[in-house]
Design a protein around this ligand. Structure first.
Ligand SMILES: [Zn+2]
Ligand SMILES: [Zn+2]
Length: 245
């Protein structure tokens, strides 16, 4: 069993709110410089740059998980992570169909660039990504779990799009394996602010929109850096574990 430092919430230039420096080679370089072993690429309602970052990481020690940050119709952000890009692609098709047919206004919201592994421009995504899908939180748990993915409510403490300020509750209906806290909390301050989360594993991520926002404070104890192992860690199975340091 080995310890892996993780930041499971990283945006690329496909997210309109991310800086233009968030291109594959710089993401990989910066994550490695922070001593991070595992990242997940989680653009807003989009995943077209996941494979480019994975290619940029080839030959390095960095594991890049396939992910997406989906906005529910309740205006809550949820990280959806997958073991395989092919499964993420199935979920992406469902997300595409659940997005309103609105065009992005790059001058107002920012550009949405799809790039290759060296960061070269391929094309712009013209649909507005920074918006709610018609999926409820229940839909997202149900459909992503049916595909074998992992749903983690993102930055649950954050005023904008965080679960607790937005909805003020945690439904016992949701099969929650973990919650993500923002950089502004520690596990102790989270426990005192939200006593009802007792017993739920926490991760902390940078919600990285620019290169200096990598955190890497979540430490997984795993046999290998895979999503299956991360799920085992969140379930506390077979000596796998998760901690925030
Ligand atoms: Zn978010
Ligand atoms: Zn985010």
């Amino acid at each position: 069993m080995k310890k892996f430092r993780a930041d499971l919430h990283v945006h690329t230039v496909l997210s309109p709110c991310a800086e233009v420096e968030m291109i594959p080679p710089l993401i990989v370089q910066e994550a490695l410089e922070h001593g991070i072993d595992i990242i997940a690429i989680t653009d807003h309602n989009a995943s077209a740059n996941v494979a480019a970052v994975q290619k940029a990481a080839l030959g390095s020690s960095l594991k890049v998980l396939a992910g997406i940050e989906v906005q529910s119709r309740e205006d809550v952000h949820l990280l959806c992570l997958f073991e395989k890009n092919e499964t993420l692609a199935i979920w992406q098709s469902a997300v595409d169909a659940a997005l309103p047919d609105t065009q992005n206004n790059p001058e107002y919201f920012g550009e949405q660039f799809i790039v290759d592994e060296s960061g070269e421009f391929i094309r712009s995504e013209t649909r507005m990504l920074l918006t709610s899908t018609h999926f409820s939180i229940d839909d997202i748990f149900e459909q992503v779990n049916a595909l074998g993915g992992l749903v983690i409510p993102a930055h649950v403490d954050r005023t904008s799009y965080g679960l607790f300020p937005t909805l003020g509750l945690l439904s016992s209906e949701w099969p929650i394996l973990a919650l993500e806290i923002s950089r502004h909390l520690t596990p102790a301050t989270a426990a005192s602010a939200y006593p009802f989360i007792k017993g739920i594993p926490l991760i902390q991520s940078g919600d990285v929109h620019q290169l200096d926002q990598f955190l890497g404070t979540t430490i997984f104890t795993l046999a290998e850096p895979t999503l299956t192992e991360i799920k085992m860690a969140l379930e506390g199975k077979d000596l796998r574990a998760v901690a925030i340091e």
